[in-house]
Design a protein around this ligand. Structure first.
Ligand code: FE2
Length: 168
């Protein structure tokens, strides 16, 4: 059910709403292997979790979703003003990933968002290979017409939970 409809029908408290918003952002990134050439990680997606709109620092990315299903929305960047940190992003291609349909990030149009849509009604696990590894990316705030650098964190590395990570 659409979140707005849920809020109205179930009268969620503000606390519930904030928790829901946090869940959208806090998908877990789990490092499996990393060297100077590539890194491999799994990302776990609760139902309704979306990534931010981001790039991959001009690095290649191959990905698949062996569990569940994920929607990928690509964007074209226009009117980029590095001095002001502003740009306009325009939605372009949409595709879906699942166990039978791996994908890659188009180097010519590398800005995208990954979504485990509520209507998929299933948790998802994706596998990503990045070459070369990167530890920050640009995130794009479509409504504000801005973009900025953001650090990337791992929830776990080589099977060990990051001490700062809290399991819900
Ligand atoms: Fe990505």
């Amino acid at each position: 059910m659409h979140k707005q409809a849920r809020v109205e029908s179930e009268q969620l408290t503000i606390t519930d709403w904030v928790k829901d918003l946090a869940a959208i952002c806090n998908y877990t990134r789990n490092l499996i292997f990393k060297n100077d050439v590539f890194e491999c990680m799994t990302i776990c997606w609760e139902i309704g979790q979306f990534s931010r709109i981001h790039n991959h620092r001009d690095q290649n990315c191959w990905m698949s979703a062996p569990i569940g299903r994920l929607r990928v929305q690509n964007f074209r960047v226009e009117q980029r003003e590095a001095g002001h940190g502003t740009c306009r992003i325009v939605p372009t291609d949409i595709y879906e990933m699942d166990a039978a349909h791996p994908a890659y990030v188009n180097p010519l149009e590398p800005v995208h968002q990954v979504l485990n849509l509520p209507e998929f009604n299933e948790r998802a696990v994706s596998i990503h290979v990045y070459s070369k590894p990167f530890d920050t990316c640009e995130i794009y705030l479509r409504d504000k017409g801005t973009y900025c650098d953001a650090p990337l964190h791992y929830a776990s590395e080589y099977g060990k939970l990051n001490p700062a990570e809290k399991l819900l």
